[in-house]
Structures are given as C-alpha cells and as structure tokens.
Design a protein around this ligand. Sequence first.
Ligand code: DQA
Length: 153
Amino acid sequence: MAKTKALPIYVLNGPNLNLLGRREPEIYGSATLAEIEKEVVAQAKTQGFAIKFRQTNHEGVLIDWLQEARTKACGVILNPAGLGHTSVALLDACRMLDLPLVEVHLSNPFKRERYRRHSFISEAADAVICGLHADGYVAAVDALSAMLKDRKA
Ligand code: DQA
C-alpha cells in the first residue's frame, strides 16, 4: 500500500445529499452518504491519499470549504448538488482553486429535466463524472489521483 501523502483530497457535498439512501433512491441509488464516504476513504488509501469528506446544505459553507481547500487540500471532488445549476459564486470559488477538480453527480442530469443539463461548475472542473451513483465517487478518486500523479511527474 502506498504511503499517505501530506495534504488530503477534499470531497465536498452540497444540499440534500445528507438524505442519500432515503432521497429518491431510484434516481440517486440506495447508498447513504456515510457508506459512500467509507468507499471513498478505502479507495483513496489504496492510492496513497487521505480524504476529508464533508456535506453542507449551505452555499456559503461550501464556498468557505473551497477557499480552505486552496491551501489545505491537494485536490477536490465536488458534488455541488442543486447549487451546480444555479451558483455563479460557487463557480467563482472553484475557479480560484488552482487544484485538480472533479465534479461528480450520482444521477445523469442529461437524462433528467432540462434545467439540470447546465452546470456552472463544469466550466471550472477538469473532469465530470455522472450517472454512476456511488461508484462515481470511487471513479473520481482514481481520476483525481491520476491527475495528481501526472502533475508530479
Ligand atoms: C445531483 C444532481 C442535481 O441535479 C441534484 O440537484 C442533486 C444531486 C446528483 O448527484 O445527481 O441534488 O448533483
């Protein structure tokens, strides 16, 4: 197993994701956020990374965490939830990251209502993963880890 690097990957989750498991499981899958966190931590460990995993229902808190990530994280995985479709302020915070950023959605927004097809965050993200339910977070860890290793090489 690889040695854990100094700075963690931040995995940040937006509004209503605290209710995963009970929230429209036919759309978002049956895993709870705590179960996803466990999988993400285990996968990151195999790649030599630690994880800081958080969820908030508040836009400003998410922005504070993105600002904090600038100096305290090596990369960010972000599920902005509904804020991805509405928040220019969240996009601005993502633009200031200067770190690899992977945007994740459990569902496939392109298969859903029209208003979900646009994400402000995608303008700043290095990669976007959607429609894989909880597996998307695990895929995001692998993708981010590859980006970070490429950066170092
Ligand atoms: C979501 C998709 C968004 O459209 C929705 O508002 C969410 C979750 C997803 O993970 O599929 O809250 O980001």
